[in-house]
Design a protein around this ligand. Structure first.
Ligand SMILES: C[S@@+](CC[C@H](N)C(=O)[O-])C[C@H]1O[C@@H](n2cnc3c(N)ncnc32)[C@H](O)[C@@H]1O
Length: 402
């Protein structure tokens, strides 16, 4: 199947999957609006598919999804672990225990655990084959102590029975959400808006060649669906304006490169405001930052995956086992907070202010499953942020499985 056609078909798959997720999770009113827009986009795309071969020329074109996916240097650490001492403190790992690192990444947390605690076994999970090849290397260095697992959170429960891990048997779980520096810094992965590369953003790399990449999304969805994605997953207030600029630009030529997308977004604002936004360290942030976040979350189905990951962690941990979750933006943190409070995520309006009273009541008490190890969310120390600015927006929640 030609790449373009495959991309469009799988775009349909991911759109349907995302719709089903949002409908079943029924999160915020904003996300419910996204469903409608995405549904409309899917329907109009589907109709046009049946009427002719349109879109073939307006599609993403020759996006080489495998471009520049070079291997990672093992000499310098590929990722600086965020809130390492806090994670080690709250996980309180003892000799002989079994730890599940659900987000192995560059292995920063796992390596520290292995160095700190003798005779611990780490199940090192990641959806990214590049991360798993690092885990395999580490497994050779620490014979019998590291078990690499190539899997998404949503595949974990099925995988656990295959590799003989009993539910309720794990002593500690770490979930450090989002992307690793390895992914962000490699132009070929297409996550970075400062380095030019193919507009890819798939954390799974080439594991699912049919999975739509960011270029498929920006070149395929209609304007309203794009705007809804930017608003819902990037909390981008200028979503409509940016979506309109994307649709205009792709009429001229498909958007296939990261810098091309960054310029299209920047082009829809006056030059003076391109760096007028500030990040949490008060540094100038490019106006396309939220657009990139939104696309990444959508392409990788990150919120759905996060819920699956939290559920898998709950099933894997023994009573008295510990869970640390690190998140990097408010959408993730809100989900984690509600999950750990015991809110039923399939219930309506969890994120709306209408439930504020109920939320307040539950705020500090944890849920039937979870006891907070610290009342307040934990944030990185100033010195750590200076050393590792990427961790500036990190939030850590630490809980004990009842
Ligand atoms: C922030 S990095 C983890 C960094 C790691 N703790 C370290 O110290 O090197 C997040 C990692 O989680 C992985 N990841 C994100 N979502 C995932 C999912 N749904 N299933 C499995 N792995 C996932 C990403 O591929 C990435 O490697």
């Amino acid at each position: 199947m030609p790449l373009l056609e495959a991309g469009l078909l799988s775009a349909t798959t991911i759109i349907i999957k995302t719709m089903i997720f949002h409908m079943s999770v029924r999160c915020s009113p904003i996300l419910r609006k996204t469903n409608l827009a995405v549904w409309r986009a899917w329907r109009s795309w589907n109709l046009s598919q049946h009427s002719s071969t349109v879109h073939a020329s307006s599609g993403p074109g020759p996006v080489d999804k495998s471009e520049e996916q070079s291997s990672v240097s093992t000499e310098k650490p590929p990722h600086t672990p965020v809130m390492l001492k806090e994670v080690l403190h709250y996980l309180d790992i003892q000799p002989g225990q079994v730890v599940l690192d659900m987000t192995f990444g560059g292995g920063g947390h796992t390596k520290a655990i292995l160095n700190m605690v003798p005779e611990v076994t780490v199940l090192a999970l990641d959806r990214d084959p590049t991360a798993i090849s690092l885990a395999e290397q580490l497994a050779k260095e620490h014979f019998g102590r590291v078990k690499p697992l190539l899997s998404r959170f949503s595949e974990l429960e099925a995988l656990m029975s295959n590799v003989n891990i009993k539910p309720g048997s794990i002593d500690a779980v770490l979930l450090d959400a989002g992307c690793s520096s390895m992914q962000m810094d490699q132009a070929g992965r297409g996550f970075s808006l400062s380095k030019d590369g193919p507009l890819d953003m798939r954390m799974d790399g080439e594991r699912y060649p049919d999975m739509p990449c960011a270029a498929d999304v920006v070149n395929t969805l209609d304007q309203q669906a794009l705007a809804s994605i930017l608003l819902a997953y990037g909390e981008e207030r200028q979503a409509r304006k940016i979506a309109s600029a994307i649709v205009e630009a792709r009429r001229v030529s498909p958007i296939t490169r990261t810098q091309q997308l960054a310029s299209v977004v920047a082009g829809s604002f006056p030059a003076a405001v391109i760096y007028a936004r500030k990040d949490r360290l008060n540094r100038p942030a490019h106006v396309a930052t939220k657009t990139f976040q939104a696309l990444r979350v959508f392409v990788n189905d990150e919120l759905n995956e996060l819920i699956a990951g939290l559920r898998a962690a709950q099933a894997a941990l023994r009573p008295g086992g510990r869970l640390c979750v690190i998140t990097f933006h408010s959408l993730e943190d809100r989900l984690v907070k509600h999950f750990l409070q015991g809110d039923d995520l399939s219930n309506l309006d969890h994120f709306s202010s209408r439930n504020h009273a109920t939320r307040k009541e539950k705020k500090d008490g944890g849920s039937g499953y979870w006891l907070p190890l610290r009342r307040k969310v934990i944030t990185p120390e100033k010195g750590d942020v200076k050393e590792n600015p990427r961790g500036r927006s990190a939030k850590l929640r630490a809980v004990l499985r009842r």
